[in-house]
Write a protein of this length. Structure first.
Length: 308
């Protein structure tokens, strides 16, 4: 049986070596008997997927090598080019581009978790285009009034909380427009997919005032690991089995084989899904042993069709 292949971003200063952030995972993969390939993430984002994967090992003739990616986020369009370029080398990425989009971008997963995640609305948007009040009014109308947050399809600007993320009242179109415009400006060409508005919910916090989130790692629909969120690595959050069972039911309608869910307990005690993500681009807290996930991926059923 051909061993799986782990793909990680290359070190920009030493292109044949893994980026230091993912070096531990690459080392763990080698110990487990995996092959490891380094990709040029900057080249991939620049649009040259062929050059980005030029150092990835090619599969033997008439064979296919299954690969898992663990690295920096990749825009959906670049991921499509990435999987196509790897296919020319006989490498089949375990998560196809359609599955990646569904797990990575909020519009793809929101419907599966409606009622378990803050109410949201979204609007496809082109990076660099400044939104008008009319645009923002159409975006927020389904959510009514009350506090909210704005983000793109993948990430928020939570470190610019009052400037480009939080809005005191979603019905205050002028104020929301200013916040959304600043979000679009700060995201620049990195704006992913479009603009999202979400109702704000209050969650239990740590001593620094940050939401106490747990990151649950799912492989083939099963919760295989619960960790702290990388933003709060010292926080330990226990997620009840009943909550995990409920989330597992939602994940049956998500086609990606490797997924993460970030969960937090609202102040009224109700558990909520904060974010869903493709596991390939979800960060693992530094305190976690990287071989745990890789051992489980080794055993995961490999999809029959990853040509999307």
């Amino acid at each position: 049986m051909t061993p799986p292949l782990l793909l990680v971003p290359a070190d920009p200063l030493a292109p044949r070596s893994p980026d230091p952030h993912f070096a531990r995972e690459a080392e763990a993969a080698l110990v487990l008997g995996w092959r490891v390939g380094a990709i040029d993430h900057d080249m991939l984002l620049a649009g040259d997927a062929g050059a980005a994967v030029r150092r990835v090992p090619s599969a033997a003739a008439e064979a296919t090598m299954v690969a898992w990616y663990r690295g920096w986020m990749i825009p959906v369009e670049a991921y499509e080019r990435f999987t196509a370029a790897l296919a020319t080398r006989g490498v089949q990425v375990a998560t196809n581009s359609d599955a990646y989009r569904q797990a990575h971008e909020l519009p793809g997963w929101y419907g599966q978790f409606a009622g378990r995640t803050p109410a949201s609305a979204w609007l496809p948007w082109k990076a660099g285009r400044t939104p008008s009040r009319t645009d923002v009014a159409a975006l927020t109308a389904p959510l009514g009034s009350g506090p909210g947050v704005v983000k793109d399809y993948v990430k928020s600007r939570k470190h610019e909380w009052h400037e480009a993320c939080f809005v005191p009242d979603l019905a205050d179109v002028a104020a929301v427009t200013r916040t959304v415009a600043r979000l679009v400006e700060l995201q620049g060409s990195d704006l992913a997919g479009g603009i999202v508005a979400r109702r704000f919910e209050s969650f239990a916090t740590d001593e620094a005032g940050r939401a106490r989130e747990a990151r649950v790692w799912w492989v083939a629909g099963s919760p295989v690991l619960v960790t702290a969120h990388p933003d709060t690595p010292s926080t330990t959050v226990r997620v009840p089995e009943t909550v995990l069972d409920d989330i597992a039911g939602c994940l049956r309608r998500i086609s990606a084989p490797f997924v993460t869910t970030d969960l937090a307990q609202r102040n009224d005690g109700v558990w909520r899904v904060i974010e869903v993500g493709d596991g390939q681009v979800s960060d693992l807290p530094a305190s976690e042993e990287p071989g745990t996930i890789l051992r489980i991926l080794t055993q995961a059923e490999q999809p029959r069709d990853t040509t999307g």
